[in-house]
Design a protein around this ligand. Structure first.
Ligand code: NAG
Ligand code: NAG
Length: 475
């Protein structure tokens, strides 16, 4: 294998309804309205807990994969394999992921190049793994070998480290997948259409080694995986089995995968699991990210598991082949609509991403958000900023908190109330921050991140061109 050939990578609510109500009921309505716009809860419920308390809502779903936070007590990863990240590291990695998404997104590209305000970025420089990763455990091969993979809606290729690790494998929690021990493993030939499909899925032209297709994927933070492109049986659950699943069998792997055996690509492009299993699941999948790292969520393929109350917003495809683009129209804080011109959101565009931690907004929108949030939170003392988060409170003297609800109104008049755990990012009781941040420039792409997706069932219906939300999907 000549890794140099392919290691030449590019740089790296609800509908606003106005009910006609009888005058008599008006007084009562007002009180209910107030409760409707604020969350009141125990401060402790915003803080991490050290024991795993699996969600009884999510993981009881049949045919679902359990989703756990890599660094939480529900993950089986031990601290000597996965060193927990510091808060600073989490935010540094999160920013690299945001930067790499911006580089890969096609939205606004032409505009920037014409203006010459940004360096011309390569068409695809790979995504960054980031740090806010959730993992699922799947079975690969025959007999099946359990592997914990990072799940990523921002990339397409699925890969795992493979024996004999011809060049390098990083330390992972489970033993490394052994292709020679699987009776259903097959190498993919260099001349197959799936091999050429790697170019769009990874941003790199595939290589060829004794007629076996060789993939290479580099992530923005210097992490990479290179190896043989192969097929094997993928067992998601006892009922959900995909024969001849295409994946990367990594022989040279390095980076920030923190003990996970690899990655499962849930992007929109043709080699992703979503596209590969299109016949079986109709390009529908859904997940719920738990409220805390000490709880569990789920990942489900197929439409049957979608909750009844799901409200959909159209999928926009102008952000790039892999990404799930959404159109945000407005933001509400404690029932007050922020004075942001809709053109602010339509100029930046937005994607929903499972791997970005903190939601990124155009700076004009973020300043309106933090201004209104601060105005409604004056009874609590502000404290110093936490990295990219500048609206932070010291709650040391409180046990119960009352704070405004944040809702996002998406195209199609779909209003999503962010769960209470999605409003704040806590670095201990004395520094609890509004978990949103502004981008550097109003033209930079917005990202709906995973803190804000907590406890929401997010349904991706790619064929129907829509993404849906339902509150209370998991605990
Ligand atoms: C897959 O291809 C590689 C490179 O040609 C080879 O070393 C390996 O033995 C092959 N594995 C199988 C199971 O054919
Ligand atoms: C907490 O209360 C004490 C006593 O009233 C006060 O001195 C202190 O400044 C308060 N701390 C914060 C962060 O509000």
């Amino acid at each position: 294998m000549a890794p140099s050939k392919f290691l030449i990578f590019f740089l790296s609510c609800f509908l606003l309804s106005f009910f006609v109500i009888a005058r008599k009921e008006l007084a009562l309505e007002t009180t209910e309205e107030e409760g409707h716009h604020f969350h009141t809860l125990q401060l402790s419920s915003l803080l991490p807990s050290s024991t795993c308390n699996p969600s009884t809502k999510g993981d009881k779903k049949k045919g679902s994969l359990e989703v756990v936070h890599k660094h939480g007590p529900c993950s089986k990863f031990s601290d000597d394999v996965v060193k927990p990240l510091t808060v600073e590291e989490i935010f540094t990695h999160d920013q690299s992921r945001v930067d790499s998404i911006r580089a890969r997104s096609t939205f606004n590209k032409g505009k920037k190049d014409t203006l010459g305000s940004k360096a011309t970025l390569p068409a695809k420089s790979g995504s960054t793994i980031g740090s806010g990763n959730y993992i699922v455990t799947v079975g690969l091969g025959t007999p099946k070998k359990d592997l914990s993979l990072i799940f990523d809606t921002g990339s397409d290729l699925t890969w795992t480290q493979c024996q004999p690790c011809a060049r390098s494998c990083y330390k992972q929690q489970e033993t490394i997948f052994e292709p020679s021990a699987s009776t259903t493993y097959n190498n993919i030939s260099c001349t197959s259409t799936e091999c050429s499909g790697l170019t769009s899925a990874t941003g790199n032209t595939p290589g060829c080694s004794s007629s076996t297709c060789v993939y290479g994927i580099q992530y923005g933070d210097q992490s990479f995986s290179v190896g043989f492109y192969a097929t094997d049986k993928l067992t998601l659950t006892s009922k959900d089995v995909i024969d001849n699943f295409y994946f990367g069998c990594g022989q040279n792997n390095q980076g920030l995968f923190g003990g996970a055996a690899g990655l499962i690509g849930l992007g929109r492009d043709k080699l992703s699991i979503v596209s590969q299993a299109a016949k079986k699941y109709g390009k529908v999948f859904s997940y719920c990210l738990p409220s805390k790292s000490s709880s569990t969520g789920y990942l489900t393929f197929g439409s049957s598991k979608a909750a009844k109350g799901v409200k959909y917003t159209p999928l926009s495809t102008s952000q790039g082949a892999s990404f799930y683009g959404l159109d945000l129209n407005s933001i509400y804080v404690g029932g007050t609509k922020l004075p942001i011109s809709p053109s602010v959101f339509s100029t930046s565009g937005m994607i929903i991403d499972s791997g970005t931690v903190i939601t990124r907004l155009p700076p004009t929108a973020y300043s309106a958000l933090s201004k209104e949030f601060r105005a409604q939170m004056t009874k609590y003392p502000l404290t110093k900023a936490l990295s990219i988060l500048d609206t932070c409170y010291d709650f040391s003297n409180y046990t119960t908190l009352t704070f405004p609800k944040i809702s996002m109104l998406w195209s199609g008049n779909t209003k999503l109330d962010i769960a209470p755990q999605g409003v704040f990012y806590a670095n201990g009781v004395s520094q609890v921050c509004l978990a949103f941040a502004g981008n550097g420039d109003d033209s930079d792409i917005g990202i709906f991140g995973n803190v804000q997706q907590k406890t929401i069932q997010v349904v991706y219906d790619v064929n129907a061109g829509k993404v849906g939300f339902a509150s209370g999907g998991c605990a």
